[in-house]
Design a protein around this ligand. Structure first.
Ligand SMILES: [Zn+2]
Length: 126
Protein backbone atom coordinates (compact mmCIF):
# COMPACT_ATOMS: atom_id res chain seq x y z
CA UNK A 1 0.00 0.00 0.00
CA UNK A 2 1.36 3.42 -0.90
CA UNK A 3 1.92 5.79 2.00
CA UNK A 4 -0.57 8.60 1.31
CA UNK A 5 1.07 11.09 3.70
CA UNK A 6 4.47 10.45 2.12
CA UNK A 7 2.96 10.93 -1.34
CA UNK A 8 1.39 14.26 -0.29
CA UNK A 9 4.56 15.44 1.49
CA UNK A 10 6.76 14.55 -1.49
CA UNK A 11 4.34 16.21 -3.94
CA UNK A 12 4.31 19.35 -1.78
CA UNK A 13 8.11 19.41 -1.65
CA UNK A 14 8.32 18.97 -5.44
CA UNK A 15 5.99 21.95 -5.84
CA UNK A 16 8.06 24.01 -3.38
CA UNK A 17 11.23 23.46 -5.43
CA UNK A 18 9.52 25.37 -8.24
CA UNK A 19 8.38 22.43 -10.34
CA UNK A 20 5.27 22.63 -12.43
CA UNK A 21 3.09 20.01 -14.10
CA UNK A 22 3.74 17.16 -11.68
CA UNK A 23 2.34 13.89 -13.02
CA UNK A 24 2.37 10.56 -11.22
CA UNK A 25 1.29 7.37 -12.91
CA UNK A 26 2.10 3.74 -13.57
CA UNK A 27 3.80 2.48 -16.65
CA UNK A 28 2.60 -1.14 -16.62
CA UNK A 29 -0.81 -2.83 -16.36
CA UNK A 30 -0.12 -4.45 -12.98
CA UNK A 31 0.73 -1.16 -11.23
CA UNK A 32 4.19 -2.34 -10.19
CA UNK A 33 6.16 0.31 -12.05
CA UNK A 34 5.41 3.92 -11.18
CA UNK A 35 6.80 7.20 -12.32
CA UNK A 36 6.73 10.80 -11.14
CA UNK A 37 7.54 13.44 -13.73
CA UNK A 38 7.60 17.21 -13.47
CA UNK A 39 8.95 20.20 -15.29
CA UNK A 40 11.77 22.03 -13.53
CA UNK A 41 13.07 25.22 -15.13
CA UNK A 42 12.03 24.02 -18.58
CA UNK A 43 13.46 20.53 -18.17
CA UNK A 44 11.52 17.31 -17.64
CA UNK A 45 12.72 15.42 -14.57
CA UNK A 46 11.55 11.90 -13.89
CA UNK A 47 11.93 9.26 -11.21
CA UNK A 48 10.69 5.68 -11.42
CA UNK A 49 9.97 3.33 -8.54
CA UNK A 50 7.72 0.52 -7.31
CA UNK A 51 4.97 2.78 -5.96
CA UNK A 52 3.54 6.28 -6.45
CA UNK A 53 4.78 7.43 -3.03
CA UNK A 54 8.32 6.17 -3.66
CA UNK A 55 8.40 7.63 -7.18
CA UNK A 56 7.37 11.04 -5.79
CA UNK A 57 9.88 10.76 -2.92
CA UNK A 58 12.66 9.88 -5.33
CA UNK A 59 11.84 12.86 -7.52
CA UNK A 60 11.67 15.16 -4.47
CA UNK A 61 15.08 13.92 -3.31
CA UNK A 62 16.53 14.40 -6.77
CA UNK A 63 15.29 18.01 -6.81
CA UNK A 64 16.14 18.91 -3.22
CA UNK A 65 19.64 17.45 -3.06
CA UNK A 66 22.21 20.09 -3.77
CA UNK A 67 19.73 22.92 -3.37
CA UNK A 68 20.46 25.54 -0.75
CA UNK A 69 18.30 25.67 2.37
CA UNK A 70 17.19 29.02 3.80
CA UNK A 71 19.99 28.59 6.40
CA UNK A 72 22.60 28.63 3.64
CA UNK A 73 23.63 24.97 3.93
CA UNK A 74 22.84 22.33 1.29
CA UNK A 75 19.46 20.70 1.85
CA UNK A 76 19.37 16.92 2.16
CA UNK A 77 16.87 14.20 3.05
CA UNK A 78 19.49 11.62 4.05
CA UNK A 79 22.36 11.64 6.51
CA UNK A 80 22.74 14.22 9.24
CA UNK A 81 22.92 17.97 9.68
CA UNK A 82 26.47 19.30 9.79
CA UNK A 83 28.27 22.51 8.86
CA UNK A 84 27.55 21.95 5.15
CA UNK A 85 24.20 20.13 5.20
CA UNK A 86 20.76 20.82 6.60
CA UNK A 87 18.80 17.59 7.12
CA UNK A 88 15.15 17.92 6.13
CA UNK A 89 12.64 15.52 7.63
CA UNK A 90 8.97 14.71 7.25
CA UNK A 91 6.19 15.31 9.71
CA UNK A 92 2.95 13.91 8.31
CA UNK A 93 2.16 15.56 5.00
CA UNK A 94 5.04 18.02 4.99
CA UNK A 95 8.82 18.05 4.81
CA UNK A 96 10.51 20.69 6.95
CA UNK A 97 14.04 21.99 7.16
CA UNK A 98 16.23 20.98 10.07
CA UNK A 99 16.96 24.58 11.02
CA UNK A 100 15.03 27.54 12.37
CA UNK A 101 16.38 30.12 9.91
CA UNK A 102 13.73 32.70 8.97
CA UNK A 103 11.85 32.06 5.71
CA UNK A 104 13.48 33.32 2.55
CA UNK A 105 11.51 35.45 0.14
CA UNK A 106 12.51 35.14 -3.48
CA UNK A 107 10.59 36.23 -6.54
CA UNK A 108 10.45 32.86 -8.24
CA UNK A 109 10.21 29.66 -6.16
CA UNK A 110 12.84 27.17 -7.20
CA UNK A 111 15.18 29.86 -8.50
CA UNK A 112 18.34 28.51 -6.89
CA UNK A 113 20.46 31.40 -8.17
CA UNK A 114 18.07 33.87 -6.52
CA UNK A 115 18.19 31.86 -3.30
CA UNK A 116 22.00 31.95 -3.42
CA UNK A 117 21.98 35.75 -3.86
CA UNK A 118 19.53 36.17 -0.97
CA UNK A 119 21.62 33.93 1.25
CA UNK A 120 24.83 35.83 0.46
CA UNK A 121 23.08 39.10 1.22
CA UNK A 122 21.95 37.70 4.55
CA UNK A 123 25.39 36.30 5.40
CA UNK A 124 26.92 39.69 4.68
CA UNK A 125 24.53 41.41 7.06
CA UNK A 126 25.12 39.17 10.05
ZN1 LIG B 1 18.40 24.79 6.87
Amino acid sequence: MPDKELLLAASDLIRRTGCIELEIGHSDDEGREWYAVAKYQGTRVIHESTGPDLAALGLAMQLLEGGRCKCGRRATLVGASDTKHCLWSRTGERFNSGCDAPPMTIDKPGDIAAADREWRKRAGNS
